[in-house]
Write a protein that binds this ligand. Structure first.
Ligand SMILES: NC(=O)c1ccc[n+]([C@@H]2O[C@H](COP(=O)([O-])OP(=O)(O)OC[C@H]3O[C@@H](n4cnc5c(N)ncnc54)[C@H](OP(=O)(O)O)[C@@H]3O)[C@@H](O)[C@H]2O)c1
Length: 378
């Protein structure tokens, strides 16, 4: 191909990109208008059936070389932006600024939910659950509660009729003794991350394991595959329970034998000290330790040399979105995923338990990734 024709084709691409940008801006302006109309009629921004219909008619009209998966990928980004723009239209129509998103719906009827932990300042749960409440038009608010007295917090939850709560570090294993009922799964996992208030009674559940399963299944099937799980804390417990339940085989690896061995024995797993990790292998390595989490982003939980033994590597950390472990694993040719999906799916299951409604998972993921990316760029 001559340089002239290459230059000509590149100019054509540039013209098309400018035309596309103009069309996308026109589409954006229409989205804002739709947001205003939905706000006037009290309709939710998120409309699953409508979004599915968009993919349907696009595929019907596709006559070019784009594959279905490529169209879906492109339009899932456009639709995600559209939702945000519709929310902007909603704010404008109600004469409010984008900053008072969380509080604008509060009235005497508003149900209160929250997260119990310490610390909670970095938690992504408020942004995720408030977005889901708002987009489904549910009159509820989700707040961070930095807990200094966990027993008092449980008494307060009943007294104040807080409808539901997430439980996070360091209370997941101590809270079961303080509540009225624990479901069978949370009992088996050995930790509670979700509280539901019914009347005056508080029931504890665990959704972390379901989040872990969905996260891993996005990368490879669990059944009959071999997993090496590094760590023996709360996250490891949920991961081990989820993989065991789905028929995967696990070797548990931990820095200290004191903590690793009891977890391995509770689930009937082989235990290997972290110092001997070169002796084990499998299809998938899962890091459940905080090693590599912000601000210690240069650290790795395992030596780089072992990564090429695995097809896939999961890191339950989501801050940063790509840890050093995942970067090195990608360089070693592994499939990788971070902890965002685990977090979002555990939250989606909480939302289902609290509201009985189908959670807007894609939207929940979008707001979490946006908030994390924002934090990482600040
Ligand atoms: N994506 C999600 O939804 C999700 C959910 C829960 C947790 N997480 C993340 O998972 C991580 C762990 O949380 P957790 O609640 O399980 O913590 P945890 O209960 O405190 O357990 C931490 C585990 O990591 C090991 N560990 C800590 N520092 C280490 C080091 N320098 N070298 C080797 N091993 C080390 C500990 O080993 P020892 O036993 O030897 O001390 C322990 O087994 C955190 O980063 C948390 O943010 C993510």
């Amino acid at each position: 191909m001559s340089q002239n024709s290459l230059d000509m084709l590149r100019r054509r691409i540039e013209d098309l990109d400018v035309a596309l940008l103009k069309l996308l801006n026109e589409r954006a302006a229409v989205s804002v208008q739709i947001g205003k109309l939905k706000a006037q009629d009290g309709l939710s921004v998120y409309d699953r059936l409508r979004e599915e219909a968009v993919y349907g008619y696009l595929l019907e009209h596709n006559q070019g070389p784009l594959k279905t998966s490529e169209i879906n990928r492109i339009f899932s980004n456009i639709i995600s932006v559209s939702r945000r723009l519709q929310s902007t239209g909603d704010h404008e129509a109600r004469g409010r600024s984008a900053d008072d998103t969380a509080t604008r719906a509060v009235s005497g009827n508003t149900s209160v939910y929250g997260i119990l932990g310490n610390p909670v300042t970095q938690s992504m749960s408020p942004v995720m659950h408030n977005a889901a409440f708002r987009l489904l038009g549910i009159d509820a608010i989700y707040l961070p509660f930095e807990v200094h007295d966990v027993r008092g917090a449980i008494v307060g939850m009943r007294a104040l009729q807080i409808r539901g709560a997430s439980v996070t570090h360091p209370f997941k294993t101590s809270i079961p003794g303080l509540i009225d009922e624990i479901d069978a799964t949370a009992r088996e996992v050995g930790a509670v991350n979700t509280l539901v208030l019914e009347g005056n009674s508080i029931r504890g559940s665990n959704t972390d394991w379901a989040g872990a399963v969905r996260c891993i299944q996005g990368l490879l099937p669990i059944k009959d595959n071999r997993f090496v799980v590094v760590g023996a804390g709360g996250a490891a417990r949920a991961v081990v329970f989820g993989i065991t339940r789905e028929g995967g085989k696990i070797t548990l690896v931990n820095r200290t034998r004191d903590k690793g061995l009891p977890l391995a024995e509770a689930f009937g797993l082989p235990f290997v000290p972290l110092a001997e990790i070169e002796k084990v292998s499998g299809e998938c390595l899962i890091n459940t330790t905080p090693v590599g989490m912000y601000p210690n982003i240069g650290e790795m939980p395992v030596p780089k040399g072992v990564l090429s033994r695995y097809k896939a590597v999961v890191d339950v950390i989501y801050n940063p979105l790509k840890t050093r472990l995942l970067k090195e694993a990608e360089a070693a040719g592994c499939l990788v995923t971070n902890g965002v999906d685990m977090f979002v799916y555990q939250g989606a299951e909480q939302f289902r338990l609290w509201t009985g409604k189908e959670p807007p998972v894609e939207l929940m993921r979008d707001v979490v990734v946006d908030a994390l990316a924002q934090g990482q760029s600040d």
